[in-house]
Design a protein around this ligand. Structure first.
Ligand code: NAG
Ligand code: NAG
Length: 256
């Protein structure tokens, strides 16, 4: 397994055993592919992680007044390097801006193959609930996501047609059979039981959507983690951190 840390940081393509894989963080170049614009207040838990000077970096999902959850690999710099936008469809018009005071990354996070790709971010000031800002529920410990279940993922940035759409994009993606997912990714990267595979031809999350939600009916099932660099490829589903596998961990860390 050869995934260079520097490549992950920059979101560049990485060749491993002849196939390409990348984590989905790429400053200034994020996209959901095959999606549509979200409506105001439709995804009120969605946040954008930006650099302190306002370059889009990653996504996240609000789970309490002080915390949102994101991917482990989005934590590449000290908390002061980042700022967080909530309550916005357009990140260029932040509804609510927050500093990051603390980032808790899973101690078994592995930057080489993105095991345990989850982190908790504390913000200041706290989130203030409104029609545009509210938390998403977490699934119970061990909740399964059956193959074919239709989930939604969301994020900002490049789509197939627009390099930098202003408006938050969302796309529905079916959960893919885990054995199939392990098989198609076997020569590139291992897929673990604490991950969810989802996606369809032309419908996928992509670079820069990292850390963002995979959800249904107000419950957060997954966190955007990694996938094919071209995104939406027929036989290469996106890979998400399975939140129900980390339910106890979240509670242990922050009591939520
Ligand atoms: C973030 O922290 C900086 C430096 O302490 C401060 O100037 C700024 O007002 C803070 N932003 C928010 C939204 O609280
Ligand atoms: C959560 O699920 C795991 C795996 O099924 C189990 O081992 C663990 O005991 C569960 N934790 C709680 C608090 O029920």
């Amino acid at each position: 397994m050869t995934l260079l840390k520097g490549s992950i940081l920059l979101g560049l393509l990485v060749i491993a055993f002849g196939r390409e894989v990348n984590s989905r963080v790429k400053p200034g170049e994020s996209r959901v592919v095959g999606g549509t614009e979200a409506a105001e207040g439709e995804i009120p838990w969605q946040v954008a992680i930006e650099t302190y000077d306002g370059i889009h970096y990653c996504g996240g999902s609000i789970i309490s007044e002080r915390y949102f959850v994101s991917a482990g690999h989005c934590y590449d710099f000290p908390p002061t390097y980042f700022r967080v936008v909530a309550g916005s469809l357009k990140i260029a018009q932040p509804g609510s801006l927050h500093n990051v005071t603390r980032i808790i990354r899973h101690k078994d996070f592995n930057n080489f193959d993105l095991q345990n790709d989850i982190s908790l971010w504390e913000v200041d000031p706290p989130f203030l609930w409104s029609d545009l800002i509210s938390p998403i529920a977490l699934p119970a410990n061990g909740t399964e996501t059956p193959t074919g279940l239709m989930l939604t993922t969301s994020g900002w940035g490049k789509t197939y047609t627009d390099p930098y759409p202003e408006i938050l994009q969302k796309v529905d993606v079916p959960v893919v059979d885990v054995d199939y997912c392990v098989d198609v990714w076997w020569d590139v990267q291992d897929v673990y039981p604490y991950q969810i595979c989802a996606g369809d031809t032309g419908k996928d999350s992509c670079n820069g959507d990292s850390g963002g939600p995979l959800y249904k009916d107000g419950v957060l099932y997954g966190i955007v983690s990694w996938g094919s660099p071209s995104c939406g490829e027929a036989d290469l589903p996106g890979v998400y951190t399975r939140v129900s596998s980390f339910r106890d961990w979240i509670f242990e860390q922050i009591g939520v």
